[in-house]
Write a protein that binds this ligand. Structure first.
Ligand code: ZN
Length: 421
């Protein structure tokens, strides 16, 4: 019996295939102004910040309105520096039912501080936020996800200073941050302290690598449906809560342009700002969102873990068997986003062999032989390029690359047409 047969057999005995309701995901906002971001760190010194016209309050109000309209509660990881200058905004965040959490005092990277400085930063920020908001602050997110091997004391100090969770690990490889070998799912990083949790940013596992799928610039740069597919795959197929994050300055296309910061910083910061609010609106409607502390309430109450419980093993194996039986159809990321996305013309109707890749390439029926890339070379190239571009952060313009590949395919008559994204 092959592995495939075994998995298929388990699939038939896995019991009812009724879907569990999709998990609720955590919506988060990192509250900082446009001149405080890491991309501009090298050209805007902290001691000049007060010389910039602040736009954060108007942008947060815009976000609060959007959240209220969508009936979404969220967690606002906020800088102490901002809370000191915008106390009324902090109170509006709390009064609207959102969770107030810490993003450090002035966006200093954790790996740029020693343990004592980090402790002082956390205490100062927590005191400001609690005094201003009138609520307990339990959560912390490191600026630029800047904890890692050089900050082994970070979690200990977070717990010491009264925090019960962190959302500071981004298990990806990036030029600015990332712990690619860190767990992708919630974990208790402190031996002997089961009450403290790390909730890592959402990633999608593809070709043995973790790709970022939690928001940030990727959400603005990638076509919406590609992000949507990735987030769905990373959360609903794995049946766990995802985490999305963005910044108030991302909903502000009219913000002043900061000159002289380099093309890469500009690309990272300004691409698709004008599209952000509409994308966000769609995202708010497409998934079920809540505050970090409520989405992960079971963990924080010490009653359980997210992810897949041991008793769910048959169902999980059933899902695995589905994937194996037809990897192209069952796994949209593998199938190639062009094929799977209904926004594009349906190429499956144009070419029936695409509907079942095992017809076109029998080795795909056996996962141990299969090349994970789609049989279609155009789609394979597109997916490779997308993967490489995401891994390379913003060094390549993904939209343009995908457009060029698809346009070439349309010109060759391989795909009937496509809608612009
Ligand atoms: Zn930040």
């Amino acid at each position: 019996m092959t592995d495939l047969d075994r998995l298929l057999r388990q699939d038939t005995t896995a019991g009812p295939t009724a879907q569990a309701s999709p998990p609720r995901h955590a919506m988060t906002v990192d509250v900082e102004d446009y001149f405080q971001v890491y991309a501009f760190f090298h050209c805007i010194p902290r001691d000049t910040w007060d010389g910039y016209a602040r736009r954060v309050e108007a942008n947060v109000d815009r976000i609060l309105t959007q959240f209220a309209a969508a009936n979404v509660s969220a967690t606002f990881f906020t800088l102490g520096w901002i809370a000191e200058r915008h106390p009324a905004m902090i109170r509006r965040i709390v009064e609207a039912g959102h969770e107030l959490a810490s993003h450090g005092y002035d966006h200093t990277r954790v790996d740029a501080m020693d343990a004592a400085a980090f402790r002082a930063d956390l205490l100062r920020t927590r005191n400001i936020l609690q005094d201003t908001g009138g609520v307990a602050v339990r959560g912390y997110r490191a600026p630029t996800f800047s904890i890692g091997p050089t900050t082994p004391w970070a979690f200990e100090i977070m717990a010491e200073t009264g925090h019960t969770y962190s959302s500071s690990v981004n298990p990806v490889r990036s030029d600015n941050y990332g712990m690619p070998d860190a767990p992708r799912t919630p974990y208790q990083p402190l031996p002997g302290n089961a009450a403290f949790w790390e909730f890592p940013m959402t990633t999608v596992r593809l070709f043995g690598r973790n790709l970022p799928c939690a928001g940030g610039g990727y959400f603005r740069l990638l076509p919406y449906w590609l992000f949507h597919r990735g987030f769905t795959r990373a959360t609903e197929t794995e049946r766990r809560a995802g985490i999305f994050y963005f910044h108030p300055w991302e909903v502000d296309p009219d913000q002043p342009r900061v000159p002289g910061c380099g093309w890469k910083s500009r690309l990272r910061h300004y691409t698709n700002l004008a599209r952000m609010s509409a994308r966000l609106e769609r995202l708010l409607g497409d998934f079920d969102w809540g505050r970090m502390d409520r989405v992960f309430a079971a963990e924080l109450a010490g009653t359980g873990a997210t992810g897949v419980a041991a008793t769910d093993a048959p169902r999980v194996l059933g899902q695995a068997a589905q994937h194996v039986a037809d990897p192209m159809l069952a796994d949209p990321m593998r199938a190639g986003p062009m094929l799977a996305d209904p926004m594009l013309a349906d190429p499956i109707q144009a070419d029936p062999t695409l509907a079942d890749p095992t017809l076109a390439d029998p080795t795909l029926a056996d996962p141990t032989l299969a090349d994970p890339h789609p049989a279609d070379p155009i789609l394979g190239a597109a997916l490779d390029l997308t993967t490489a571009a995401v891994q390379a952060d913003f060094n390549r313009t993904v939209d343009a690359n995908l457009d060029a590949i698809l346009d070439a395919a349309v010109a060759r008559g391989q795909y009937p047409s496509r809608k612009p994204t």
